[in-house]
Design a protein around this ligand. Structure first.
Ligand code: 5AD
Ligand code: SF4
Length: 423
């Protein structure tokens, strides 16, 4: 979602006559679009500001804006701690960046962390440029309040953008060159709206309509919550050819006591049953998830349940993290915080299994041919990188261009990529 927000901020500033600084050249303005999800991500901003002001990144110190969820969470604190920053703007207020820039040029520093969600989208310019694989935010915010998570505080309450605006933005993205669209939301499957006839639609309904856009070839969505899954979305995976066989469905833990303490309101078994239903309609679906190890109070036996769940699912790919206490969340003040070395050991064990499964998934696709959407040049001349339907990174050599959909034989499975041959 930060990539999407970054593109939109770029478009807004483009309307004011600014253009991206070419690689290797000094920028007049640097927007640090930040993440607050874990401590490590949040800390980066102060070292980045330091490097920019001390001339380590570029010759001339630029004007600095801090955007994103650290801006939302820390607001004025950033202004006090970092005098070099002229603008602090939260993720729901960045449509006001152009006005803030006018002020900054006059020497006035400003902070805007308001949350008028819909107003933001209404005041953004129409999409005119797009990469072949575009992002489209359909839903923002979260009402789930998992006890470890800052998102409900930094991104605010769940809101859905209106149906007609989304169909219009998708159309514009395709006209601007998108061949794949990933629908985005912190709880993307909680999206809801009304279609043109006033009928209630959920994410599946939106996918069915967007799939009718000529020139669009692939649809993806992320991230989903198990509790917001409905029959229509599961069914869509068997009905809509353009909907790719990939599902990112975070589980966080395989133990029911831990899940309850996390306020996840689903059980491990409920989650597994849900995945089964996806596999019934789309047997080749690539499954992905998120995991947290070392949530306060997690015992060795409870962690073993997470490994068991992984063994049962056999993820195609997954993200896993050490628990990171976030200020203001209930879990940060829970007893029994787990020592770093225990978390590290658990994370290493979990990641071992996840890598084993990822390699196995990649190897199992060898021998097939599939479409690859070319996204960028590879490291060597004549090398290209793109994505398979299962979101694997595939590289190959030959004649191609960014944005091409090419047929490729999958030749060799590696831990996090696949070597292919152009057909
Ligand atoms: N500590 C570690 N991981 C976290 N996540 C969210 N909050 C935390 C935290 N406090 C992870 C979850 C979520 C992903 C986006 O980040 O796994 O699904
Ligand atoms: Fe955070 Fe996701 Fe839980 Fe919402 S559902 S609180 S975004 S982990």
């Amino acid at each position: 979602m930060n990539v999407y927000d970054g593109e939109r901020m770029g478009e807004l500033l483009g309307e004011k006559g600014l253009a991206p600084a070419p690689e290797g050249e000094d920028a007049d303005l640097v927007v640090l679009n930040t993440c607050h999800i874990r401590e490590k991500a949040a800390e980066k901003i102060y070292s980045d500001i330091g490097r920019l002001t001390k001339g380590k990144t570029q010759k001339k110190a630029p004007m600095i804006a801090v955007a994103g969820c650290v801006a939302q969470a820390e607001g004025e604190e950033i202004m006090t701690r970092a005098p070099a920053v002229s603008m602090v703007v939260g993720p729901q207020a960045y449509h006001r960046l152009p006005d803030m820039l006018d002020k900054a040029v006059r020497g006035e520093r400003s902070t805007d962390t308001d949350m008028p969600a819909i107003a933001k989208f209404d005041s953004l310019p129409k999409r005119r440029r797009s990469s072949p694989n575009a992002f489209l935010t359909v839903q923002e915010g979260c009402d789930k309040f998992c006890t470890y998570c800052v998102v409900p505080y930094t991104r605010g309450a769940e809101i859905s953008r209106p149906f007609s605006h989304l169909v219009d933005e998708a159309q514009k993205l395709v006209e601007a060159g998108a061949r794949e669209i990933t629908l985005l939301g912190q709880n993307v499957n909680a999206w809801g709206g009304e279609d043109d006839a006033g009928r209630a639609v959920g994410l599946a309904g939106l996918i069915h309509v967007i799939a009718k856009i000529d020139g669009l070839e692939r649809i993806r969505y992320t991230t989903s919550h198990p509790n917001d899954m409905d029959d229509a979305l599961i069914a869509a995976h068997g009905e809509v050819d353009k909907l790719m066989p990939y599902l990112h469905l975070p589980v966080q833990s395989g133990n029911d006591r831990v899940l309850k303490a996390m306020n996840r309101s689903h059980t491990a078994e409920g989650y597994l049953k849900l995945l089964e239903r996806f596999r019934e309609v789309r047997p080749d679906i690539a499954l992905s998830g998120d995991f947290i190890v070392g949530f306060p109070g997690e015992t060795d036996a409870e962690f073993e349940d997470t490994l068991k769940l992984v063994d049962e699912v056999r993820y195609a790919q997954a993200y896993s993290f050490k628990y990171s206490p976030r200020p203001g969340t209930p879990a940060a003040t829970m007893d029994d915080q787990i020592p770093q070395e225990v978390m590290e050991e658990r994370l290493a064990r979990l990641q071992d299994r996840l890598s084993r499964d990822q390699l196995a998934f990649n190897e199992a696709t060898i021998g097939q041919e599939c479409d690859v959407l070319v996204e960028r040049k590879g490291k060597r001349d004549g090398q290209w990188l793109g994505k398979s339907p299962w979101l694997q990174s595939v590289w190959f050599e030959g004649e191609a261009q960014i944005g091409d959909m090419v047929r490729v034989d999958l030749i060799e499975g590696r831990p996090s990529s696949i070597r292919g041959e152009l057909i």
